[in-house]
Design a protein around this ligand. Structure first.
Ligand code: ZN
Length: 195
């Protein structure tokens, strides 16, 4: 089955992913597919949860351009620290397409992670890249940008979110999506394989 981007309120988006302990050829292939999907949907970041994988891994390319390969990054088991400065800016998410809202994030933050070859990535990122790594690391903890909105903004988006909830419910009912038990079982199996 090719990877697909899952949408709110799919339960895997609420899954807190465990650290990845094993990188194999299949996982490398999955990461390649994640890049293809991210570009296809004109995103700048994509977390493993968003393609229904329970791993602490996200990819990013702040250029959002497949020709800018040098700007691509794979971040495995990311840990953020020493966030500084605050700025509000509009965010969207490929798992809640069409919905955008202002979110306050640190403007500078340290990230420590590993790439697919096991090399350590460590450094400070700022501005747009800082926003991307905070949004994507949130995903790995089961947090969505809509959780970080003020009450008035959350209320503004209520109707649109209900439409996503309704669409998800009908996919469950038609069998287009497996039931909750089967989804949970699949995640456990994938976790046993690599975490
Ligand atoms: Zn997102």
């Amino acid at each position: 089955m090719p990877l697909q981007i899952i949408q709110y309120p799919h339960p895997t988006l609420r899954h807190r992913s465990k650290p990845l302990r094993r990188v194999d050829a299949e996982l490398r292939k999955l990461v390649e597919e994640m890049f293809d999907l991210m570009y296809e949907h004109e995103g700048v970041g994509l977390a493993a949860n968003q393609v229904d994988l329970p791993y602490r891994l996200f990819i990013a390319n702040p250029e959002g351009n497949p020709d800018a390969r040098e700007s691509e990054g794979v971040f495995i088991n990311p840990v953020l620290s020493a966030g500084r400065g605050l700025a509000e800016d509009e965010e969207g998410c490929l798992s809640i397409p069409g919905l955008r809202a202002p979110v306050t994030r640190n403007t500078s933050i340290k990230i420590q992670a590993y790439d697919l070859d096991g090399n350590e990535i460590s450094g400070e990122v700022t501005d747009f890249m800082a926003r991307i790594v905070q949004h994507e690391t949130d995903h790995l903890d089961g947090t969505l940008f809509i959780d970080r909105l003020g009450p008035a903004q959350a209320l503004d988006l209520r109707d649109q979110l209900e439409e996503f909830e309704f669409a998800f419910q009908s996919k469950l009912e038609t069998g287009e999506l497996p039931n909750a038990d089967d989804m949970a079982k699949r995640l456990r199996e994938l976790e046993q394989l690599r975490t």
